[in-house]
Design a protein around this ligand. Structure first.
Ligand SMILES: [Zn+2]
Length: 366
């Protein structure tokens, strides 16, 4: 387990500090940083960017890709994980095989991290925004309309809030797996509601695709770890993979934590517009092993209740951005996706490195 001091060094409390720590780590390692800004600014008028680091030969044909902050606020532990992995590379506690590099995309959704939201400046969930080329941004899951009034109240007026009871009732009527699927799949019809996938590729999504176009030309094999928090048992990571992968082979390499994206089989659900499927569809000439490393924090119903309250406040309270940022709801988002528990943070850091060790072993095979 990492020391307390390492935890404090890696975990920041603001986007600007997280970014600065990454840049400091890069400087120590004499790594170039490619910073790609977005138009929107942070709460201190600071520039918001995704920062890219490349460690290893520039013309490597094998690549480990580590992405974080697709869901903004989840970028706090995601950034800590990246910094912790980089430190291990610097100390040569991890050594890449020949012809292999590791790249970090630090905070795919910087606006969401800076403003303590999961979604971006368009209220879009970037892990629903990468529809394959040619697919229209329209449609919603079959049961979403039934749940909409429950998930997305359109005023701040407090009626009787039987939310937990009603949520439980709905999941009972639809079945928990069906309710989870309806809520989480992604919808393209209600821009102010939860799990909106956007009305087009967002600026951040386009920036990431452009970076891939510029940097993956020589790459033939990729093991991609996309870091998330929220789902599953406290501090434990589930490794979520597409339905069409060779599950048995992946379990051999990465352990029993491997789980297909199927609502009946585990903590997750099928999604539309996921970043990993969307990138694979755009770069079909590469051999992809795409894993969503998802660390558990709190239970799904309280998490959904919080996401609902935070979105309601953002959409309907009329409060200015800085008041929203200072709200209880946003602070609770931070705590729910980045628990303060030292034990949780140590578990996160340890497993963040361990999966890279497994990826290195995987790419060392012929
Ligand atoms: Zn996430």
């Amino acid at each position: 387990m990492p020391e307390d001091a390492e935890v404090h060094r890696c975990f920041a409390t603001e986007y600007v500090t997280a970014r600065q720590r990454l840049l400091d780590q890069a400087e120590k390692m004499e790594l170039e940083v490619e910073s790609i800004p977005i138009t929107e600014k942070g709460p201190h008028e600071e520039t918001l960017s995704t920062d890219y680091l490349w460690f290893g030969p520039k013309d490597a044909t094998k690549l480990i890709l580590h992405t974080s902050g697709v869901h903004g606020v989840e970028g706090f532990p995601g950034s800590a994980a990246a910094i912790h992995i980089l430190a291990a590379l610097k100390k040569k506690e991890m050594v890449l095989p020949d012809d292999c590099a590791i790249a970090f995309a630090h905070i795919i959704n910087p606006w969401g991290m800076a403003w303590l939201r999961r979604v971006n400046e368009d209220n879009a969930d970037l892990n629903r925004n990468f529809l394959p080329p040619g697919e229209e941004y329209e449609g919603e899951p079959e049961n979403y309309a039934k749940l909409d009034h429950l998930l997305n109240p359109t005023s701040m007026q407090k009626g009787r809030e039987y939310y937990t009871i009603r949520a439980a009732w709905h999941s009972f009527r639809l079945g928990f797996a069906n309710a989870k699927q309806a809520v989480q799949e992604g919808q393209y019809t209600r821009p102010k509601s939860l799990q909106f996938g956007g009305s087009e590729l967002t600026e951040s999504s386009q920036n990431f695709i452009a970076w891939c176009e510029r940097n993956l030309t020589n790459v033939e094999r990729v093991v991609w770890i996309d870091f998330h928090t929220g789902l599953g048992p406290f501090g434990v990571d589930s490794l979520l993979v597409g339905e069409n992968v060779n599950e048995a082979a992946l379990k051999q390499r990465y352990g029993a934590r491997i789980q297909p994206l199927d609502p009946k089989k585990g903590v997750a659900y099928k999604i539309r517009g996921g970043i990993q499927a969307g990138i694979e569809a755009r770069f079909p000439d590469k051999e992809w092993t795409s894993i969503t490393q998802e660390f558990g924090t709190i239970k799904p119903i309280p998490l959904l209740r919080l996401a609902r309250a935070e979105n309601r406040l953002t959409q309907w309270s009329g409060k200015p951005p800085l008041r929203l940022l200072g709200s209880t709801e946003r602070r609770e988002m931070l705590d729910a996706f980045n628990p303060r528990s030292l034990k949780w943070r140590k578990m996160i850091l340890e497993r963040s490195r361990a999966i890279i060790v497994d990826a290195i072993a995987h790419l060392s095979e012929e």
